[in-house]
Design a protein around this ligand. Structure first.
Ligand code: DLL
Length: 441
């Protein structure tokens, strides 16, 4: 078993600790090169620059980035499949795609160098969570067009760890492997990890006695309450990792052992926070939409990509010594927001309320309906088997506490419905938290 104390800095993490001045120099040099590449090779970008009367030479400082046009998900859809590639197919070694919710997928490309950069940021992410050579990593992110599986796989190997490419599915077999292979670290979505803990309990397996010490969880929003739940019920440290297909996949940002925000590997992904309504750049410390520019990506550079993810950047020093800016955990995505009776609601708010109330399980779903023109919100929550078989009085009391907690967080009343354990579908990947039936006729 390996110990997850700091164990020294991984050589690949040197860029995490450079001085801020040095970092800004690297960023500017790379930004100028990437803008030139995009301008020369990507028609859409060249046209947009020309429309603004701009040429690559106008980017003289990092502040000039704010004058460049944004790129959005529809740009990727409109140029499907290969319209934003900056290199010929002969230089491209890998494609990934994201299914999205509607229409065509978006397609992204990598050169050999891009794949190597991706591995290097994943090594830095894992090393930041205290993982190192000698760890046995169970990788339950899906393998395939989704970036989670292969991204974590290559990163784990480059770290020097042993990677088990389990992918999704067959939960009981996963539990067997976790135990028999003496797994020390796991990668999967937080919701799937909850499912693993739950199934272990059902088959009488003592999860806490496993050598597992750390989990690197991401691909979907999860709250700090959920982290506490996982850390307590599995006796591991749970770290948050963030990324998106359009930028590279997992490894854009990751927590360190301090768990006080995710360090952005900003020598490769330059972050800005903007006001989502006006597009204006906001200073560090203000909440807004995260916009990312890839500083080194060759096959498909992304200039000012609007992620739709809402967060805040922190510039101050971190106790871990990294100079990279941190982003607050991504609790919200503007696309996930729904409006109910005029109030903006994010699923993570429901999760926060839920996890403050003892006796419920963190398996929930939000169901929206419309009756006679009026929107209704129902929060379906599983309760522990003990609670379910308890006296009516306990249930009524729990119901009241949960309704109140939800009302306090959301500022509206929601109907709360307790359901038996296992009623809410479990996911192998990203959990579906909201079922919107308002437009069903
Ligand atoms: O989910 C890449 C990934 C794989 C990240 C494995 C982490 C671990 P997409 O499928 O393109 O890529 O989805 C990207 O998922 O814009 C966020 O809205 C959300 N997301 C990803 N990580 C987190 C996280 C992968 N840690 C979209 N917290 C992003 C909250 C996250 N949301």
């Amino acid at each position: 078993m390996t110990s997850h104390n700091n164990g020294g800095r991984h050589p690949a993490s040197a860029s995490d600790y450079v001085s801020v001045d040095e970092l800004r120099d690297v960023q500017l040099r790379r930004l100028r090169a990437i803008v030139e590449l995009a301008y020369d090779e990507v028609e859409l970008f060249r046209q947009r620059m020309t429309n603004r009367g701009m040429a690559p030479g106008d980017v003289r400082g990092l502040a000039d980035l704010a004058a460049l046009p944004f790129t959005t998900k529809s740009d990727l859809r409109d140029t499907y499949p290969f319209g934003l590639f900056a290199k010929p197919m002969s230089d491209i070694v890998r494609l990934h795609a994201s299914s999205g919710t509607t229409g065509k997928p978006i397609v992204v490309a990598y050169t050999q160098q891009d794949v190597e950069v991706w591995s290097s940021v994943m090594v830095r992410a894992f090393a930041g969570c205290g993982l190192h050579a000698g760890d046995i990593i169970h990788n339950a992110y899906g393998y395939g067009l989704f970036t989670g599986g292969l991204g974590a796989h290559y990163g784990g190997e480059a770290l020097g760890a042993t990677v088990i490419p389990v992918s999704g599915g067959n939960t009981e077999r996963q539990l067997m492997l976790l135990k028999d292979f003496n797994v020390t670290a796991i990668c999967c979505t937080p919701s799937y990890f909850l499912h693993l803990i739950e199934r272990a309990g059902e088959i009488g397996m003592d999860f806490k006695s496993l050598p597992l010490q750390a989990g690197v969880f991401g691909a979907e929003p999860w709250t700090d309450g959920m982290r506490q739940y996982i850390q307590t019920h599995a006796d591991i440290r749970a770290y948050d990792i963030y990324g998106l297909t359009e930028i590279i996949g997992p490894g854009v940002a990751c927590e360190c052992r301090q768990q006080t925000g995710l360090h952005i590997f900003e020598d490769h992904f330059y972050p800005e926070i903007i006001d989502p309504d006006t597009g204006e750049v906001l200073p560090d410390g203000h909440e807004g939409e995260l916009v990312l520019t890839t500083l080194s990506k060759q096959a498909m550079p992304m200039i000012r990509y609007r992620t739709r993810d809402i967060t805040t950047l922190t510039a101050g020093p971190c106790e871990c010594g990294r100079t990279l800016r941190r982003m607050q955990r991504m609790g919200r995505r503007s696309d996930d927001m729904f409006i109910i009776r005029g109030v903006n609601v994010f699923p993570s708010q429901v999760e926060t309320a839920l996890l403050t109330v003892e006796g419920t399980l963190p398996h929930y779903q939000i169901v929206l309906t419309r009756q006679a023109g009026l929107d209704n919100i129902e929060v379906q929550v599983e309760v522990t088997p003990e609670t379910f078989s308890d006296k009516v009085r306990t249930m009524t009391d729990l119901h009241a506490r949960l309704s109140k907690a939800i009302e306090q967080v959301l500022n509206i009343r929601a109907a709360v419905r307790f359901v038996e354990p296992h009623t809410i579908p479990r996911s192998e990947g990203k959990a579906k938290r909201v079922v919107d039936k308002r437009h069903d006729s």
